[in-house]
Design a protein around this ligand. Sequence first.
Ligand SMILES: Cc1cc2nc3c(=O)[nH]c(=O)nc-3n(C[C@H](O)[C@H](O)[C@H](O)COP(=O)(O)OP(=O)(O)OC[C@H]3O[C@@H](n4cnc5c(N)ncnc54)[C@H](O)[C@@H]3O)c2cc1C
Length: 463
Amino acid sequence: MASSSKTIPSSVIIIGSGVFGLGTAYALATREAFKHTKITILERLPFPAADGASVDTSRIVRPDYADGAYTALMAEGHKFWRGEFGANGRYTEAGLCIVTDDDAGGEKPNEAANDYMRKAMENVKEKLGLRVGRRAEGGQVEPLETKQDVGRVMASMGGDCGSRGYVNWTSGWADAAAGMIHMRKLVAETGRVQFRTAEVKRLCYSDSEVESVELVCGEQLQADLIVLATGAWTPKFVDLRGIASATGQVLAYIDLTQAEQDRLGSNPTLLSENTGMFIIQPRDRQLKVARHGYGYANPTTIANPERPGEKITVSLPWTQHDEPHLQIPLEGDRACRTYLAKTIPDLASRPWTQTRICWYTDTPKGDWLVDHHPKYTNLFVATGGSGHAYKFLPVVGERIVNVMLGEDRDELGAELRRKWQWPKHKFGSDHVWTDDWRGGRKGMVLAEERARTTDMGSGAAKL
Ligand SMILES: Cc1cc2nc3c(=O)[nH]c(=O)nc-3n(C[C@H](O)[C@H](O)[C@H](O)COP(=O)(O)OP(=O)(O)OC[C@H]3O[C@@H](n4cnc5c(N)ncnc54)[C@H](O)[C@@H]3O)c2cc1C
């Protein structure tokens, strides 16, 4: 039976246990209206899925958005991070220093980055009423007008951290894996959700609904409502060409001594808007250097999930689960290394202990995709995180269920529903590139960058 937007389904299958899947499960399991609904989560890997976007050492938790709707949503989320949800080291409020950089290895501060930064600062001042001024004088948002100002705030890094910006001392970072483990515990404690480690092979469609969920083991499952929360893997299950794409982002980690961790842990997180590079405070003596970039596309030809007779090409994740020794391409390695050397010169030559390609689900404007599918009445999609959804872990589920039930609980809810709705128009190409304040080059393809890495690696060996 298909569910209308207002009907309470008697069974729900949620596919994926990342931020969107677990968040939805918690909201459903704690709502009176769903007390008779059978809720199942399917996850392809043992929890927490190591290659999922939601699982990592750290994620930035910030209300600093150019779009005030996300600032307002973060104000809700922050209450949780500052309470029990963020206890036991799951959340640390050490500040976030956002800069642009006139000397960023050839990348000029672009107008979009400057504009984003200016709007983000205005939003946290105006929408959250944060006090402007130096921290020592009780300020919560501190404008940094010169390189020296940035250097003063980022002193323990010891390098060139940027030309101008501001620091929001009320932002912080979350221990991403610990937050997910906590969320799963909360879901389990409701006693309402069945967890299954099982990989979905495909959704079996009729003209108007999902008839069944087929597992790789061959089993077919049915439910009144299917919630697709499969992150960057979602284009495998529904045709998202021109709507959302997987883009691979680079991460590189080094080990620190305890003294280095103590030193660098006293800094705010550093985020460069015109290169997309950022360094979050270390966790467990591991420091991560990363880039919020256009990312790599990984074009993969598959059967159209909705019309299996037809072949289509979509970008899909390729991770260390697929190839255990997968490393970031040289292009990304160099970007991380250059940024590390520039900002923390005494660690410039410390070898990476590991690198990782982590997959965003990108939409054209960076707004999520949370909506009923326009064609299949029992399919609901909750994805499109676009590199910024983790911080909303404690509150995203309620907002998703609001959309599911067609509830505009407040003005913000109505605005979010509009932003997240199934798009009326597709992006200009099948692969979507997000333009917010991305760094790196637009248009990179993972296989090509890996081939260049191999060529340059063998070239270097001959020198
Ligand atoms: C490098 C990086 C840095 C980021 N930094 C930040 C940050 O600082 N702050 C912030 O707020 N956000 C950040 N984000 C974004 C945030 O982490 C994501 O938006 C969010 O985690 C997305 O959650 P998800 O549930 O959509 O995806 P995922 O966490 O990837 O969950 C999808 C799940 O679906 C499962 N799945 C896939 N296929 C199947 C199948 N066939 N069968 C069953 N299960 C399946 C996967 O195993 C996975 O567990 C970052 C993301 C990345 C990659």
